[in-house]
Ligand binder design. Structure first.
Ligand SMILES: Cc1ncc(COP(=O)(O)O)c(C=O)c1O
Length: 363
């Protein structure tokens, strides 16, 4: 089968990197009508909330390369990690189920919200084996033991942000370039994207450079600034570039150029992963008018940052601004109606039975 993804069209020699079709693409890109009215300037959105019919968002793009590697190696069980409401864990579980693989999720607590609860229920509904860990050290050990005991298991790193996963977003940049060429969107001056485990931003910045699109990337950091730093993002992009250049020597070494394309800003982080901020909650309300479903751990903070940049004239009026919507908007209510919290392993009941409270205003 000819792999007609934009990245392989540009670099046919990369087709010997394992890849498997998972996403619905290209994802739409369009103007955010109501948000543009509110901000009195045009704001565009890339609808990566729609990458998959069951559970979309940014993760499935990474899995086209990560799952291809899992399948090639004949592994049967995925071992991965996150917080209790991990979107990555849910997307992994849904995808693994499609390929007949099982998923073990090793999770830590995080601030409780309705969205976190929903994901927890869905993890179980789609078949994940859940393991609640006391701390990162305990988790590392437990995963190591699982990987040693189960030789058919495959470790997927946090957020699938491996160099292979990053290629999914290099491809996304080429997809955007095709949409620019088809005049579906004018060439953006700035693209705002969430930075968590890094691969989304790293892949985009590398892909945009290789695609020679002028777009600069503003990454909004939503985790510990030491982890979601510019340096770490660039390092990951360079590793993805190394894979590409090992298959096709004609691909230029753009490791220096990508640094000039990227700003990472943690001003909208709010001091804690998963905690809400005023800007994020306002952004969620604004996006609702465009029928976009954001949340405050990732996309709300990113759109909040974009809005603040516009209001403070950190992007000029004539610049084309694009918001990368990375959170699935799939309706999970049909699945949720089929599951009760008591179906989860007992250790997780405390997130539902009132033992652990949600902060007021956090939904
Ligand atoms: C909805 C959503 N958006 C954005 C991100 C950030 O992407 P990345 O982990 O690739 O930096 C994540 C995960 O961290 C996420 O779950």
């Amino acid at each position: 089968m000819v792999k007609e993804i934009p990245l392989f069209k540009k670099y046919p020699k990369l087709t010997n990197i394992p890849w498997v079709s998972i996403i619905v693409s290209p994802t739409p890109v369009h103007k955010m009508g109501q948000t543009s009215k509110t901000l009195k300037r045009d704001i565009w959105v890339k609808r990566d909330d729609l990458t998959h019919t069951i559970y979309g968002g940014n993760k499935p793009r990474k899995y086209e390369f990560v799952f291809a590697d899992i399948l090639k190696k004949g592994k049967k069980t995925i071992v991965t990690l996150g917080s209790i409401g991990t979107n990555h864990g849910l997307a992994t579980t849904v995808t693994a189920r499609d390929f007949g693989l099982s998923t073990h999720l090793f999770v830590l607590e995080q601030p409780l919200s309705e969205g976190v609860r929903e994901n927890l229920l869905c993890h179980h509904f789609f078949g994940a084996k859940l393991h609640l860990m006391r701390n990162p050290f305990h988790r590392k050990l437990a995963m190591k033991i699982k990987l040693i005991l189960d030789r058919s298991s495959y470790f997927v790193t946090l957020g699938a942000s491996s160099p292979l996963g990053t290629l999914g977003f290099v491809n996304a940049a080429f997809e955007l370039k095709e949409q620019i060429e088809k005049k579906i969107i004018p060439e953006p001056d700035k693209l705002f994207v969430t930075v968590g485990s890094l691969a989304t931003c790293a892949g985009l910045v590398l892909g945009l450079e290789l695609a020679q699109v002028k777009t600069k990337v503003v990454g909004i950091g939503v985790t510990d600034p030491a982890r979601s730093s510019k340096q770490n993002t660039i390092e990951l992009a360079k590793k993805a570039l190394e894979i590409m250049r090992s298959k096709d020597v004609s691909i230029p070494d753009v490791s220096r150029e990508i640094e000039n394309r990227l700003i990472i800003d943690h001003s909208y982080f709010g001091g804690q992963y998963g905690a809400s901020t005023k800007e994020a909650l306002e952004a969620i309300d604004i996006a609702k008018k465009d029928e976009l479903k954001l949340e405050y751990t990732y996309t709300g903070k990113t759109l909040g940052g974009l809005i603040d940049y516009c209001q403070k004239n950190k992007v000029s009026k004539d610049e084309v601004v694009l918001f990368w919507n990375s959170k699935s908007s799939a309706d999970m209510s049909p699945h949720l109606s089929k599951i009760k919290y008591k179906d989860l392993p007992k250790g997780f009941h405390k997130f539902f039975d009132g033992t652990i409270k949600m902060k007021e205003g956090d939904v």
